[in-house]
Design a protein around this ligand. Structure first.
Ligand SMILES: CC(C)=CCC/C(C)=C/CC/C(C)=C/COP(=O)(O)OP(=O)(O)O
Length: 526
């Protein structure tokens, strides 16, 4: 691997060339498809953060010239239509889904003939993930493309980079995916594509490897911090998941200049895990009552824990220290820390309600459970903390937006994805099967309220998760409530929730995230 200084210099030089091409070398009106493909490649290679303004300028032209460009693709270019649709919607521009009506037959079904166009089908599949409510044509497109692409994967004997992309996309659609894993994977696939551009490939590889070295150093620092804290010696039942905490935030912030917020968020999640475990696993009701009161104080004070067990004191003290660190970090925006405190209080209130149910062996109805379960998914808390890393972009109004009523749809989506996927995973896990406790969780509460089977409950809850992604998509279309860079961090937080609980409890069962950790932190790209 080249030495770091050389890599930096090369990155600067390559970036300039890409910028030039984006602004002057592409001609959206004459060559719309080539332009879109170039932007798609930049984004999928994980490089768009270098070119936000240029990409915005180019895509705006597509948006403003929608009709002209529409004609350029002709009547039968599913690949181009779907690519443009996805890129514009990802950028926040509404584009009507009726553009896909021409791919239907007289019976109102998608034409079977398009199913042999793999790249077109793949783009339509990704485009349909951008749907909002009441876009039935995109619901149908998702089913149509998923079915055909799945059968293609099962029956095809050929190996091709496109087929690899299809296999991957079926598991990880772009909209929901952990972005850095996608970048790495796309770098490996892109170099096999006949059309790849050497310059972009080199830039992407250098950038990934250089960032990875920084991430390794950070992980080193944070594991030392965790070892020195040594909470395990005070309470051995608590989950020991500092690497997973780091990965959580790496999904939200990955850039070199965001190192500090990544580490702060990692500390926050590790402390939240301790608090969660205190309520869920080992605190008694008598201990937890004053513990809850201590968090509810206007000014947190260590003396509030005088009569509490040592492990609670240690946890509370560490949080006080951590809040001093947050205040120092957000000196310029001194109002920020109070929102993080408010978010934590909201979680603790929910934990304390759940613990009463647990100790009273009471299984609530779904309606009783749901608002509490959504509150303890911690969305307001994590978003408040994430926004603190956004420097000038964040304002008091955007912090107020986090706690506004009615709750912004994208925040509700974050809670729904986290809560329901976590609870569905819990329902299927050995943890539940082996537990003698009556633990309130969405599946059990749904079964209790509606008298349905496990499978039916899970199906209904999965539907809610899918519908909530549509709401998220809507909140990300212009006009938007707060600046786009802030909303993009919220989107990343939702993606992390999805990733963590996609196949069970990735946070608690260490094997589920192992692959992700190896790919992102350990192995460079050669
Ligand atoms: C669930 C979710 C999206 C949480 C987001 C807030 C957050 C990052 C908390 C840190 C600790 C954590 C992963 C709790 C989930 O525990 P658990 O799996 O025992 O679930 P529980 O919430 O039912 O205790």
């Amino acid at each position: 691997m080249e030495n770091n200084k050389e890599s930096y210099v090369k990155i600067i030089e390559l970036k300039e060339q890409v910028k030039k091409k984006l602004l002057h070398g592409l001609h959206p009106l004459e060559n719309p498809l080539e332009t879109l493909e170039y932007i798609d490649d930049i984004q999928r290679l994980g490089l768009s953060y270098y070119f936000e303004n240029e990409i915005e300028q180019v895509l705006k032209q597509f948006h403003n010239n929608n009709n002209n460009l529409h004609r350029d693709f002709g009547d039968n270019n599913l690949y181009a239509d779907a690519l443009r649709f996805r890129l514009l919607r990802e950028q926040g521009y509404f584009i009507a889904c009726e553009v896909f009506a021409k791919y239907k037959n007289e019976k109102g079904k998608f034409k079977e003939s398009i199913s042999s166009d793999i790249r077109g089908m793949l783009n339509l599949y990704e485009a349909s993930q951008m749907r909002v409510r009441r876009e039935e044509i995109l619901d149908e497109a998702l089913i149509f493309t998923t079915t055909h692409l799945q059968s293609l994967v099962e029956t095809s004997q050929l190996s091709s980079p496109y087929l690899d992309l299809v296999k991957h996309a079926l598991m990880h659609p772009i909209r929901k995916s952990f972005q850095r894993r996608e970048a790495r994977l796309y770098i490996l696939l892109y170099r096999k594509l006949p059309s790849h551009e050497e310059l972009l490939l080199t830039l992407a590889k250098l950038d990934f490897n250089l960032l990875q070295q920084l991430h390794q150093k950070e992980l080193n620092y944070i594991t030392r911090w965790w070892k020195e804290f040594d909470f395990k010696s005070k309470q051995s039942f608590s989950r020991d998941r500092i690497v997973e905490c780091y990965i959580w935030n790496y999904g939200v912030y990955f850039e070199a200049q965001t190192s500090q917020i990544r580490l702060m968020m990692t500390k926050l999640i590790s402390l939240l895990t301790i608090i969660d475990d205190s309520y869920d696993s080992y605190g008694t009701l008598e201990e937890l009552r004053p513990f809850t009161e201590a968090w509810m104080l206007e000014r947190w004070d260590i003396s509030a824990t005088d009569n509490l067990p040592e492990y609670m004191k240690v946890c509370y003290k560490k949080c006080l220290e951590f809040f001093n660190e947050i205040e120092e970090f957000t000196k310029e925006n001194s109002y920020c820390a109070s929102y993080i405190k408010k978010g934590l209080q909201c979680m603790v209130r929910a934990y304390s309600k759940e613990v009463q149910w647990l100790h009273n062996k009471y299984m609530p109805t779904f309606d009783e459970y749901y608002p509490i379960g959504l509150d303890n998914a911690g969305s307001e808390e994590l978003i408040s903390m994430a926004f603190c890393g956004m420097g000038d972009v964040v304002t008091k109004e955007s912090m107020d937006w986090i706690f506004s009523q009615p709750q912004p749809k994208i925040i509700r989506t974050m809670s729904i994805v986290g809560r329901l996927m976590n609870d569905i995973g819990y329902h299927k896990s050995d943890r539940r099967k082996l537990s003698k406790d009556v633990v309130a969780s969405a599946v059990e509460c749904y079964i209790k309220q509606y008298g349905v089977t496990d499978e039916e409950a899970i199906e209904k809850l999965n539907e809610q998760v899918n519908d909530s992604w549509k709401d998220l998509n809507e909140d990300l279309l212009y006009p938007i409530a707060i600046p786009r860079p802030l909303l993009m961090r919220v989107l990343n937080l939702v993606r992390v929730n999805h990733e963590m609980y996609r196949e069970g409890d990735g946070f608690t069962q260490p094997t589920l995230l192992k692959n992700l950790i190896d790919t992102l932190i350990i192995n460079p790209i050669y």
